[in-house]
Ligand binder design. Structure first.
Ligand SMILES: O=C([O-])CC(=O)C(=O)O
Length: 160
């Protein structure tokens, strides 16, 4: 998938919602990625993230509202490798990741607010496929998201 979010914004100004006010970092080996939104809402517990990236992700992007916490990582190299095996396009986390040198080698988009070396706990908490909101945008399961070095945008319909 080759695209630039700036062009998508210019061409589909009436259709896109643009995430603002957040400083994203791109850690994955895939710099531009997009697809149908699947959501997880969790806080410092990556149970749902791990579970869900172990299922079929072809054409899909997992968008995680981690409450903006940078205190522990919701994804690392093992979970990300599993995501690649299951065909996920990428992961966008309003929270942190770890194992950044390994993430850079994977054919997966990984956009987060930052990184931290400690993993999260797993107490089986978190919700799957509910509407989540950050950066002024509500991410609805089944809508579409596109991300690159310029930022993150959503649309109710596929733009590519
Ligand atoms: O296991 C975790 O929670 C995160 C991690 O380090 C990995 O995915 O390798």
């Amino acid at each position: 998938m080759t695209f630039v979010t700036c062009d998508l914004c210019d061409e589909h100004a009436d259709k896109v919602s643009v995430v603002t006010g957040l400083n994203w970092f791109s850690y994955g080996g895939r710099q531009a990625f997009g697809g149908e939104i699947v959501t997880v809402k969790c806080f410092e517990d990556n149970s749902r993230v791990k579970e869900h990236l172990a299922t079929d992700g072809k054409g899909r992007v997992l968008v995680v509202d981690g409450g903006g916490s940078l205190r522990n990582a919701l994804i690392g190299d093992m979970i990300a490798e599993n995501a690649v095996s299951n065909g996920w396009e990428g992961v966008i986390i309003h929270g942190a990741c770890r194992d950044v040198l390994e993430l850079a080698k994977l054919d997966l988009g990984v956009v987060t607010l930052g990184c931290v070396p400690i993993k999260s706990v797993r107490r089986g908490e978190g919700q799957l496929n509910i509407d989540i909101t950050f950066g002024g945008v509500t991410f609805r399961p089944g809508d579409f998201v596109y991300a690159d070095a310029n930022g993150v945008i959503t649309s109710t319909e596929a733009l590519l």
